[in-house]
Design a protein. Structure first.
Length: 150
């Protein structure tokens, strides 16, 4: 399987690839993704990005930030909580999500996510709690052998 976090490339996730989500940048505790605002993902106010697509972008950005900080003995175990505050319609040609890891504990990591349009305006603010498990507790069939898959 190809490395799923290569800037400017598809994610390797069929749904995310279908809606056009791309990784822009990733470093320890940080990830930035983008999605084009095209007809297939519009549905919000004034032709803006659909709210579900915004939530998806918030989630994948947080996953990228958390995955960048995993130890070899840890595995991702799924989104435990997600909250998104919509501040204005996500209009423009592209929408970006920047996730920053706020805290990573033994069983939960928390990220703060800013969603901006291509003019740099904040359109939404997200907070994501992501569950973690020791690798020894997951069977290979639960994650297909990929430590970044929940």
């Amino acid at each position: 399987m190809a490395e799923p976090f290569v800037p400017g490339h598809a994610t390797g996730n069929p749904f995310l690839d279908h809606i056009g989500v791309l990784l822009e940048e990733r470093s320890p505790g940080y990830a930035r993704y983008r999605i084009p605002v095209v007809e297939e993902v519009r549905g919000g106010v004034a032709g803006s990005l659909h709210g579900g697509a915004v939530c998806t972008l918030v989630d994948i950005a947080a996953i990228g930030a958390v995955a960048s900080m995993l130890r070899p003995d840890e595995r991702m175990a799924g989104t435990a909580e997600i909250s998104v505050s919509f501040l204005r319609p996500a209009t423009g040609h592209t929408v970006y999500a920047e996730a920053r890891l706020l805290k990573k504990g033994r069983t939960l990591a928390v990220c703060d996510v800013d969603v901006t349009n291509d003019a740099g305006k904040l359109v939404a603010k997200g907070r994501v709690g992501y569950a973690l498990r020791p690798a020894a507790l997951l069977r290979p069939e639960e994650h297909g052998g990929d430590p970044t898959v929940d």
